[in-house]
Write a protein that binds this ligand. Sequence first.
Ligand code: SF4
Length: 230
Amino acid sequence: MMSVSPRRAAANDSAGPADAAVVASRLRDLHIDARTELDHSDAFELLVATVLSAQTTDVRVNQVTPALFASWPDPAALAGADEGTVTEIVRPLGMGATRARRIIGLARGLVTDHGGEVPDDQKALEKLPGVGRKTAHVVRGAWFGHSLLAVDTHVGRLARRLGWTERTDPRGVEDDVVARVEADGSGSADEDLTILGLRLILHGRRVCTARSPHCGDCVLVDVCPSAGIA
Ligand code: SF4
């Protein structure tokens, strides 16, 4: 179990929102290895894997994408794929036919509207089948290097527990977290919202879990307004 140093204990002596710079700094030390956990080798693979990850886990997606990308390695190939064959490959994720239709439609959109390339453009990405704000942020943040928060269930839960927001809609959470980071800083000049989001996700998976957060083992226990009560 971690011990809390006097310096850390002094970081927050109220029940107000946790200081974003302190949170970012400690999560950086703890989750130094944070990166997207979806296996990919290019923007197309990351986009497809992220779309497939809806309502399932990254681990499961990583189990089906090697076969998927071996058969259809680029948008042009996947755009012409047989839907039934794709369905069989993605079936372990559940809703196989729906997922197959979605990623084939996505590939066709890339071919038709973007010359077979993944656009580094928020609005253009969000117009593609199956792609919403979060998915576009994942791709533009992790592949194209922008500072963008991708709000998933872990980020939303952490943000509420840390006192950064009371909202539950992803856009509201994003706006409140961005405002908090702008007010407090991100703990380091070269840190951005993309990496903060990835570290919040890891912390949500490993420590601040939905049903039984491990506050006694959490490096944020002295700055978190929900410590012991979440
Ligand atoms: S595990 Fe507990 S102390 Fe840590 S962030 Fe979650 S609620 Fe706060």
